[in-house]
Design a binder for this molecule. Structure first.
Ligand code: S3P
Length: 427
């Protein structure tokens, strides 16, 4: 199978295309609901974004600082990446935007972007605890800042760097732990000056030089999403006898933690045909099903697999022994409280675990799990897909209460999985 386009790269391709003067063409764009939320918001800000074929888009940008006041509320749907990155972008424009999202996004913390963007001069009025809906009034002239990230978050890093794009001078983000670096890579590809250095304490400093003219007429090829490929890879890994190759998977080291963890668990994974695509490393991943053993997943691996813990928990449920995932409090701030959602899903399917504020220990069954449970997805696509994968290794069918959220990141998931031999039905 071929992995669908990378969600993080797709958001950025549309947004940065919207900041160029001239036209950007995109190939392999993920056409999930999250990306469509970004496209709709960009149109409200004055960008022209047109679909010209399957995964093929043409974006006509307005230039850095060229957004217009949106005529209506920006509705980000389920997408935290749209909300946080676009907050950074509109914060550096001297108009007021109103932003909201679905019930899941309205529960998620926005203070992590409100705080640094306020220091740069933007003003926010949000609900209690820094939740959406919120109003953002950009400053006439933003102030460059140097900001050390209190949470390992590529969304927060990107929000600040994007605000820095339309800010005179140099804006610096310091990240104690490396997070996905698609923003830096792609902005450089568009001709922005981005400097990265390692500080004495090992943290990484990323500096953007403000107010560049971004080069138009670029063609972006979006690599496949390692976070989506993860479902097929784990499905094959937990079914002895499987042999699946997922083509075209991004293997940027800031995203590849799941694959390291699966190898620690004894999974048979081969990265074939390594190559570069649109500035990102990709490979075809061949996975063969085998018996898995438990492994410890260290906290410093979390940023590179932050979206993959639910599906790793599924692999852990089938492995021999106790898999310990540590330092994962950030999972509580995702589309759902993923520590709680995963724990509830495991419990419903007869898998034992221990859970704490920032850890999950899964006691593997060394093979098939009892299954038979109904899992509550809480508007969380990755919870839905992970537990459907668990069904492949369950003695009784596993059900999820809502399959609709899958479309946010992986339209076609059910057909692809059924094509590999799964039996997923809607009922
Ligand atoms: C993303 C960053 C991650 C990830 C999300 C996409 C991005 O969030 O969970 O799905 O595209 O920058 P955080 O950086 O907030 O952990």
């Amino acid at each position: 199978m071929r992995a669908p386009g990378d969600k993080s790269v797709s958001h950025r391709a549309l947004m940065f295309g919207g900041l160029c003067v001239g036209e950007t063409t995109i190939e392999g764009l993920l056409e999930g609901e999250d990306i469509l939320s970004t496209a709709t918001a960009l149109r409200q800000l004055g960008v022209t974004a047109e679909r010209t074929g399957e995964g093929a888009w043409r974006v006509r940008g307005v230039g850095v600082g060229g957004f217009r006041e949106p005529p209506d509320v920006l509705d980000m749907g389920n997408s935290g990446t749209s909300a946080r990155l676009l907050s950074g972008l509109v914060a550096s424009h001297a108009f007021t935007s109103f932003m909201t999202g679905d019930a899941s996004l309205r529960r998620r913390p926005m203070m992590r972007v409100i705080e640094p963007l306020s220091r740069m001069g933007a003003r926010f009025v949000a609900r209690e605890g820094g939740r959406l809906p919120m109003a953002i009034t950009g400053a006439e002239v933003m102030l460059p800042i140097e900001y050390r990230l209190p949470v390992a978050s590529a969304q927060v890093k990107s929000a600040i760097l994007l605000a820095g794009l339309n800010t005179p001078g140099e804006t610096t983000v310091i990240e104690p732990e490396p997070t996905r670096d698609h923003t830096e890579r792609m902005l450089e590809g568009f001709g922005a000056v981005v400097r990265t250095s390692t500080l004495a304490d090992g943290a990484r400093a990323i500096t953007i030089v403000g107010q560049p003219e971004l080069a138009g007429n670029r063609h972006i090829v979006v690599p496949g999403d390692p976070s989506s490929a993860a479902f097929a890879v784990v499905a094959a890994a937990i079914r002895p006898g499987s042999d699946v190759t997922v083509e075209n998977v991004g293997i940027n080291p800031t995203r590849a933690g799941l694959y390291e963890s699966l190898r620690d668990m004894g999974a048979s994974l081969d990265f074939l045909n390594r190559r570069k695509m649109g500035g990102e490393l990709v490979a075809d991943i061949r996975v063969r099903g085998s018996a898995l053993r438990a492994a410890d997943v260290p906290p410093d691996r979390a940023p590179s697999m932050i979206d993959e813990y639910p599906v790793l928990a599924v692999a852990a449920a089938c492995a021999e022994g106790t898999t310990r995932m540590q330092g994962v409090a950030e999972l509580r701030a995702k589309e759902s409280d993923r520590l709680a959602s995963v724990a509830a899903g495991l419990a419903a399917n007869g898998v034992c675990f221990e859970i704490g504020p920032d850890f999950l220990h899964v006691h593997g069954m060394g093979g098939a799990v009892p299954g038979g449970g109904l899992v509550t997805t809480h508007l969380d696509h990755r919870i839905a897909m992970s537990f459907l994968v668990l069904g492949l290794a369950a003695r009784n069918p596993v059900a999820v209460d809502d399959g609709a959220p899958i479309n946010t990141s992986f339209p076609g998931f059910v057909a692809l999985m059924n094509g590999l031999g799964a039996r997923i039905t809607a009922g």
